[in-house]
Design a protein around this ligand. Structure first.
Ligand code: SME
Length: 167
């Protein structure tokens, strides 16, 4: 059945779609060690799999300032350049190394509004092969409460399979 624009899939359909895109991402990136290529591919493939994804991408730990995130590969409208650890949703995910699921971004203390249309978001910490934090993966939606434990479970799995295991 055709899906209306921006419609959030039902839980079973959402899990099936994540499972399919997880396999596709692994197949496309097989043998590709470049981290920028991996991040760009994950952003593109996930963004194109879910119409409720409004902004999809990475903020990477800055090599020169390890307590600051800088924007990495993404899909969507212009993102802000830098986010200090502890600031907003991305900075909180980086500082705590715990996934943040935010049903209403306007109720989140210190939320950074790069685009006023963002209503809810999920931010997942991304770890490299040595278990070191290398980035956070941020997905924003223009719909409230767009993300739940299914998104969390699958995004954590996809990011772990893509960045924690050696290519
Ligand atoms: N919403 C994020 C900022 C990044 S942008 O929305 C792309 C935050 O508060 O961390």
């Amino acid at each position: 059945m055709a899906e209306a624009f921006n419609e959030i899939p039902l839980p079973a359909e959402k899990a099936l779609r994540y499972a399919a895109v997880a396999e596709e991402i692994a197949a496309v990136l097989d043998g590709e060690p470049n981290v920028v290529a991996r991040m760009a591919t994950v952003s593109s493939m996930l963004s194109n799999s879910f119409s409720q994804y409004f902004w999809t991408g990475f903020y990477v730990v800055d090599e020169t300032k390890s307590d600051e995130l800088v924007v990495g590969p993404y899909q969507g409208t212009l993102g802000c350049m830098r986010i200090a650890f502890g600031r907003g949703v991305c900075g909180t995910a980086a500082a705590t190394q715990v996934t943040q699921v935010v049903e209403d971004v306007h109720a989140f203390p210190g939320h950074i509004a790069c685009d006023g249309r963002s209503a809810s978001e999920i931010v997942v910490p991304v770890f490299g092969p040595g278990g070191k934090l290398i980035a956070v993966f941020d997905v924003d939606s223009d719909q409230p409460a767009a993300f739940d434990s299914i998104d969390q479970e699958w995004l954590e799995r996809i990011l772990s399979q893509t960045f924690s295991a050696a290519a």
